[in-house]
Design a protein around this ligand. Structure first.
Ligand code: IMP
Length: 200
């Protein structure tokens, strides 16, 4: 899909959009196709090595599960949960770790898996935090990014889709903890927000 367009594969079989969805931007089918291609790259890049996938909760849980089942290399999993100071829909760049890793990542190959890079401040913070723990390598995977919003230079090694500067839900992403389970990524109707529509 293009950064501004609607996914032509949207609304396919079994995917009639949720009533609150205004527009499906990326269909479930497109996400799965892209994930297969990214998993192939990861399998190739890490051949002969062990990989530790670090998912950023909660948004990355679906992405982690779908990606994991496509990996053929030896892989372990860990998760971090962070909270960003600021409003629910706008990050301030100051990040607090709510749940830290269970595993020691020293000398390990780490792939940080994030649902969406908006300003990039959260991933930038996590990248610096993980690098300080002495891993053999750290790379970033982000399913989505908002190129118009990014405020820091980020080396995103595995990237799914660019989305326009709008608030999106689905495939792990929530609005007030809802819509994470939608298999596609889309925008919400105005009525869902009442008077509190998140800023683009
Ligand atoms: P960043 O620090 O500005 O890159 O923000 C990253 C975090 O903000 C993501 O992990 C999401 O939790 C949240 N976020 C940013 N944009 C959206 C969106 O469009 N929908 C849902 N959550 C978002």
């Amino acid at each position: 899909m293009t950064a501004t367009g609607c996914d032509r594969k949207a609304g396919g079989v079994g995917e009639s959009p949720h009533d609150d969805i205004e527009q499906v931007l990326i269909s479930g089918e497109s996400i799965q196709e892209r994930l297969s291609a990214l998993a192939e790259e990861i399998n190739r890049d890490y051949a002969g090595r062990e990989l530790l996938l670090v998912g950023v909760l909660k948004g990355a849980f679906i992405l982690m599960a779908d990606l994991a089942r496509r990996l053929q290399i030896p892989v372990e999993f860990d998760f971090m949960a962070v909270s960003s100071y600021g409003s629910a829909t706008q990050t301030s760049g100051v990040v607090r770790i709510i749940k830290d890793l269970d595993l020691d990542i020293a000398d390990r190959h780490v792939l940080l898996v994030e649902d969406i890079v908006d300003s990039g401040l959260t991933v930038n913070y996590l990248l610096r935090n993980l690098r300080a723990r002495g891993p053999a390598s750290v790379e970033i995977m982000a399913l989505l990014s908002k190129p118009d919003q990014i405020r820091v230079e980020l080396p995103i090694r595995y990237h799914g889709f660019a989305v326009p500067n709008v608030f999106v839900v689905g495939y792990g992403l929530d609005y007030e903890e809802q819509y994470r389970n939608l298999p596609y990524v889309g925008t919400l109707r105005d009525a869902v927000y009442g008077s509190a529509r998140p800023r683009p």
